[in-house]
Design a protein around this ligand. Structure first.
Ligand code: NAD
Length: 273
């Protein structure tokens, strides 16, 4: 029988930001494929994390939740030792902790001269350093085994700057750049078994951006109509439409793929007129 390149059974998948809008769908999917999943998120998300762990166990899967802070190397080191004590390896690291911050945007009634620089620093710290620091901790296991797949969460705004979204776009563009830098750095020093890629999701209608994309009566805002007019699919994406790409990047099916930023966006990035 031919080898199944997509087999991820028993792989240890560590995900930061695992209790967020996308995280729940993603960790349940990986667990359903036989991966052992480690959910890392802030202490305040622990009830969501524990509920996800129970849900996964009820389906016969294996998962653990650990409270963390992706900006605190000391806490991440403690997480790392717990993961290694339980599973003995890290095969996949999903750096998903991140997100936009309203204070780091420039709304229509303001200009660049009103930009809150501290907020731009905060959103950059979370999205960029919240990707770099967990990698410095968890990729150690990959360096020892010379195997692993790191998948960073970029965004459409990393590739196509979006009006209003000043800080987040800059931060995600830096995540995309770091992804390419790191792919070379790790392959040169530790061999081709360690790969680094990013996913750049397009527009999803989630609780996080509902206020920006829908009016109080549920109808779409002008910004939504503009987005959809620029999306060949003509619709928003669903969280479960990301999992196939993540599975591919996590598995040996993509074993020669490193340093890519995979857009999953219904064609938004490619579309002009
Ligand atoms: P989300 O806000 O729902 O979840 C993010 C999670 O990160 C939360 O559970 C939060 O508690 C956690 N987190 C925040 N700060 C943290 C810290 N310091 N340490 C550890 N955990 C922390 O976001 P999401 O929609 O699930 O998005 C996940 C990733 O995908 C983010 O990086 C986001 O920027 C990116 N993304 C999302 C979308 C979208 O439409 N949802 C689109 C493109 C990219």
């Amino acid at each position: 029988m031919k080898e199944n390149l997509f087999d991820i059974k028993d792989k240890v998948v560590v995900m930061t930001g695992a209790c967020g809008v996308l995280g729940g769908t993603i960790v349940k999917y990986f667990a359903s494929q036989g991966a052992k999943v480690v959910l890392l998120d802030l202490e305040r998300a622990s009830s969501i994390g524990e509920a996800l762990v129970k849900e996964i166990a009820a389906e016969g899967g294996e998962a653990m939740f650990l409270a963390t802070n992706v900006l605190d190397k000391q806490v991440l080191e403690e997480n790392y030792h717990e993961v290694m004590a339980r599973f003995g390896k890290v095969d996949v690291l999903l750096n998903a902790a991140g997100g936009n911050m309203a204070s780091a945007t420039v709304p229509p009634d303001k200009t660049i001269f009103d930009l809150d620089v501290d907020a731009v620093k905060r959103v950059t710290e979370l999205n960029l350093f919240g990707t770099i620091i967990p990698t410095m901790v968890f990729a150690r296991a990959m360096a020892e085994s010379c195997r692993g797949s790191i998948i960073n969460f970029a965004s459409e705004s990393a590739l196509r700057p979006l009006t209003r979204v000043a800080g987040y776009g800059v931060a995600k563009a830096a995540v995309a750049n770091w992804t390419k830098y790191l792919c070379a750095e790790l392959a040169i020093k530790f061999g081709e078994g360690i790969r680094v890629n990013a996913i750049a999701p397009g527009f999803l209608l989630t609780n996080q951006n509902r206020a920006l994309l829908t009016n109080e009566d549920g109808s779409l805002t002008d910004r939504s109509h503009t987005i959809l007019a620029h999306t060949p699919f003509g619709r928003f994406l669903e969280p479960d439409e990301l999992v196939g790409t993540l599975h591919y990047l996590a598995s040996d099916a993509s074993k020669a793929v490193t340093g890519t930023v995979c857009v999953v966006d219904g064609g938004f990035d490619a579309f002009s007129i």
